[in-house]
Ligand binder design. Structure first.
Ligand SMILES: O=C(O)C[C@H]1C=CC(=O)O1
Ligand SMILES: [Mn+2]
Length: 375
């Protein structure tokens, strides 16, 4: 007797993990990260994992870890239970037909469905997105301790380990002058062996940004990320067309529609592609496709996800033909606890992407059980 192939359960799990040090962004100081994990079990014994992680509660995006969990549990899981897990696009079309917004929740769900299906097919997740063009990807590290000397020491330590040679500095809490002095001191200490970039997370006005960008270009900084408020695409266009230093769009990109607008306006030189901000892997692939069509360079962004979201992102970014600015898939390295049986492998300034089926990682379910908020 053959039994029907169906989705048995869609479980969501909140996992709070302390960070290795305070992580200071203009919008929040993080002392821990909350991972929202989704676990989808199917009747053939396969389990798929996804992650819908954000930054600083509601400080960064309009979904919180708790809203992601509640909305998936209440409105989405009942739509999927009993359904055939094959045909991820069909399942996501059903979900999108009933659920407005909730990009992070949809990303977590879609990732778990793709992981489940890729495991069934016995292929790495990258195969479902056309196949990979690389088995490892460069990974930047973010310096955000809030202290210049501590940031320099941290950068020198990871440079020596050959773990990172690209550094992103979080600024925007202090005056433009003080932030530029902080950034310039770090660049001077590291020299030409490192690429130094900044992310102001929307903190500046257009005039502050123009002033800051001139000074940062003089200090040898390679790029500025989302200097002004996300909704001001014309402002971003002014900054990009001022041609002072390459401009990267991050929070301005919530999926394909935004990508199309930013690209049409010539409002960025680089796109930070993020699976959660894009509403999932397919959404992120569309953002990347629009960038490529518009001759906008690609960067693989993060929401400081743990291993699941990081590897889902890596599996997709591995399929991009050109990843000119590398990635920042360092999230798991910022956390004090690992939820994998074997940790991710960072070497030679890059993350190695496994070739095992699905995401290519093994979740340590006992560890998850010990760390989950409702244990
Ligand atoms: O890019 C962001 O805005 C979010 C994130 C990425 C690295 C980091 O430290 O914060
Ligand atoms: Mn950013």
């Amino acid at each position: 007797m053959t039994s029907k192939l169906e989705i048995l359960s869609v479980e969501t799990i909140l996992v709070d993990v302390p960070t290795i040090r305070p992580h200071k962004l203009s919008v929040a100081t993080m002392n821990h990260q909350t991972l929202v994990l989704v676990r989808i079990a199917t009747s053939d014994g396969i389990v798929g994992w996804g992650e819908g992680t954000t930054i600083g509660g509601l400080a960064y995006g309009e979904e919180s870890p708790e809203s992601i969990k509640t909305n998936l549990d209440t409105y989405v899981a009942p739509l999927l239970k009993g359904q055939d897990p094959r045909g991820v696009a069909r399942l996501m079309a059903t979900v999108s037909g009933r659920i407005q917004g909730n990009r992070f929740a949809k990303c977590a769900l879609e990732t778990a469905l793709y992981d489940n299906q890729a495991r069934r097919l016995g292929v790495p997740l990258s195969e479902l997105f056309g196949g990979r063009v690389r088995d490892s990807i460069p990974v930047a590290w973010t310096l955000a301790s809030g202290d210049t000397q501590r940031d320099i020491a941290e950068a020198q330590r990871v440079l020596e380990l050959r773990r990172h040679n690209i550094f992103k500095l979080k600024i925007g809490l202090r005056s433009v002058k003080d932030d530029v002095a902080h950034v310039a001191a770090i660049k001077r200490a590291l020299g030409d062996v490192a690429s130094v970039r900044i992310d102001a997370n929307q903190a500046w006005s257009v005039t502050q940004a123009l002033d800051g960008m001139r000074q940062l270009a003089d200090a040898g900084i390679d790029m500025v990320e989302q200097p002004i408020v996300a909704r001001d695409k014309l402002g971003l266009q002014r900054l990009t067309q001022a041609n002072i230093i390459p401009v990267m769009a991050d929070e301005a990109l919530h999926g394909a529609r935004d990508a199309f607008e930013v690209a049409s306006l010539g409002a960025a030189d680089i796109f930070a592609v993020k699976i959660n901000q894009s509403g999932g892997l397919r959404g992120a692939a569309q953002v990347a496709g629009i960038a490529q069509a518009a001759n906008i360079a690609l960067y693989g962004g993060t929401m400081l996800e743990g291993a699941v979201g990081t590897m889902a992102s890596a599996q997709l970014f591995a399929t991009f033909h050109d990843l000119a600015w590398g990635t920042e898939l360092f999230g798991p390295l910022l956390l004090t606890e690992e939820i994998l049986r074997e940790p991710l492998f960072y070497r030679d300034y890059s993350l190695q992407i496994p070739v095992k089926p699905g995401l290519g990682i093994d979740i340590d379910e006992e560890k998850v059980a010990r760390l989950r908020r409702d244990r």
